[in-house]
Design a binder for this molecule. Structure first.
Ligand code: ZN
Length: 500
């Protein structure tokens, strides 16, 4: 196993450079003054270039071949075999990308981010359009360099959701749309009015911070290996399982924004903190796909965090923290308020039912831009038309329309669909856990989530990056990713709330 050991050592160096870049990104989004933007863009581009050059060096390719021979007789489940398999997959992918393209992508996107902020503030798409055009061009260049069988979007999707094809996503999304639209319509026609005015008062930010900390701790997020900071857009980042950071956004009149962001990012954080230490600095030290990552955040945020039993347990505590604001409110009222279904222009504020319609719209646009059927200049119009068609809502301006998300400015094409894939998986995993642990339902009804976390740790987190998503999902559920369980879950949950 001499070559295997050498390969591991070389890959550890690359992992260290990537973790260093992640620290710089965390700093850029939390505490860096705006003046640091240009310098930081250069620093990140340099680090990414070094990591890419080190990883794609011909010696790495040779070491992968040699290590492949050394591990050839091991079973598929063996960690050594998995490590070589994952290294080979990533090596094949990265060697297809020329260094200058990687560098151009990094530099363009970190500057584009600042342009997007300006355009969004001014609600003016024309400020962002030329940069977006440039990014789309680079994405097409990237897809062609990576290679595909006629559908360039496949190559981009594969970066975030390995082995998932555009045609599969399209089929799943068509099924979802068919199921979701009648639910949204039935809810709108039900005439049920859900009281939410008590959420729109002033909730002191320091108390929100303390409460979200308490929630994070209660679901098992370890603050000796993590922290929570404030940012404009909540996110989670990991430098190792021992340093996993979440961020949150606190607004005085939107306490549920911070509560559910904490549970969402907490779900991502639990996954990262639960990855085996021994996989650190190896290709197995990563969550295998964004859909899988999102399955954990959505499970904690929605399936657990927006359940009746969760609030039967937590509402009395929240009412203790905010006695004036929640006077006369009970757990049931609160539960209904946090599950109100209302078509909104903003994806990140959308409820569980309408959320995925926002993703369907973005998926359609991304595929169109990459295969050339759509032009950047047409986006505001298409956005408006689809919002009206899917949600019956007309965006007021570009800021709450086509400019709302950060993703395209960062060069993330192929990323959006993973949010919905994660929503579907969250329900499938949750149902699997209930099936395998008969006592779990009772524990969750009593507000106890430790048993659920133990199941997730054992069945999902402990596998690290050993398997690609399709294989991991098969090992966990015995089947594949499906839309039906999610639709059934929505019907069961929302029928009593809306009397439909
Ligand atoms: Zn997420």
């Amino acid at each position: 196993m001499e070559h295997y050991q050498q390969l591991k050592e070389r890959l550890a160096e690359v992992a260290d450079i990537e973790a260093t870049a992640a620290v710089l990104v965390w700093d850029m989004r939390t505490y860096m003054p705006p003046g640091g933007a240009e310098g930081r863009a250069e620093q990140l581009a340099t680090l990414e270039k070094i990591a890419h050059q080190k990883f794609t060096a011909p010696e790495i390719g040779e070491l992968i071949e040699e290590a492949g021979l050394e591990t050839a007789s091991l079973p598929e489940e063996a960690e050594e075999a998995a490590l070589v398999r994952m290294a080979r997959r990533e090596y094949d992918q990265q060697t297809k990308l020329p260094s200058d393209l990687v560098e151009r992508l990094a530099r363009t996107t970190s500057l584009a981010n600042q342009t997007w902020v300006k355009a969004k503030t001014a609600a003016d798409f024309s400020l962002f359009a030329p940069v977006l055009q440039e990014i789309v061009g680079l994405q097409i260049e990237k897809a062609n360099a990576l290679g595909h069988r006629g559908c360039p979007y496949d190559a981009l999707l594969d970066l975030y959701e390995p082995e998932m094809e555009t045609s599969q996503v399209r089929a799943l999304f068509a099924q979802l749309r068919e199921g979701l639209v009648p639910i949204v319509r039935a809810i709108a026609d039900s005439g049920t009015r859900i009281e939410t005015a008590f959420l729109e008062q002033e909730y002191e930010i320091a108390k929100q911070e303390a409460f979200t900390r308490e929630l994070l701790q209660a679901i098992g997020y370890d603050f000796t290996r993590g922290r929570q900071d404030a940012t404009a857009h909540p996110f989670t980042t990991s430098f190792s399982p021992s340093d996993v950071r979440v961020t949150n956004r606190f607004l005085p009149n939107r306490p549920t924004g911070a509560i559910f962001a904490a549970l969402h990012e907490g779900g991502h954080g639990l996954y990262e903190q639960g990855l085996p230490e021994r996989f650190q600095r190896t290709p197995l030290g990563h969550v295998p796909s964004l859909g899988l990552h999102e399955s954990q955040s959505r499970l904690w945020e929605n399936v657990v965090g927006r359940s009746r039993s969760f609030w039967e347990y937590w509402f009395p505590r929240l009412a203790e923290v905010f006695p004036e604001q929640l006077a006369g409110v009970d757990a049931e009222l609160f539960y209904r308020a946090v599950n109100r279904v209302i078509p909104s222009p903003i994806r990140i504020q959308a409820d569980e039912v309408t959320y995925n319609l926002h993703i369907l719209l973005r998926f359609e646009i991304e595929v169109g831009l990459i295969d050339g059927a759509l032009k950047v200049a047409d986006l505001p119009e298409i956005w408006k038309a689809r919002m009206e068609e899917f949600l019956g809502y007309t965006p007021r301006d570009h800021a709450e329309g086509v400019l709302q998300d950060i993703h395209w400015s960062e060069g993330y094409f192929g990323y959006f669909p993973t949010y919905t894939l994660g929503s579907l998986l969250a329900v499938q995993f949750y149902q699997q856990a209930l099936q395998e642990r008969p006592g779990l339902r009772g524990e969750l009804e009593g507000g106890q989530t430790a048993g659920l976390l133990a199941w997730l740790r054992e069945r999902i987190h402990a596998e690290g990056g050993k398997y690609l998503p399709v294989e991991l999902v098969r090992r966990i559920t015995g089947g594949e990713l499906e839309a039906a369980p999610f639709l059934a879950y929505l019907k069961e949950k929302y029928s009593p709330i809306y009397g439909i």
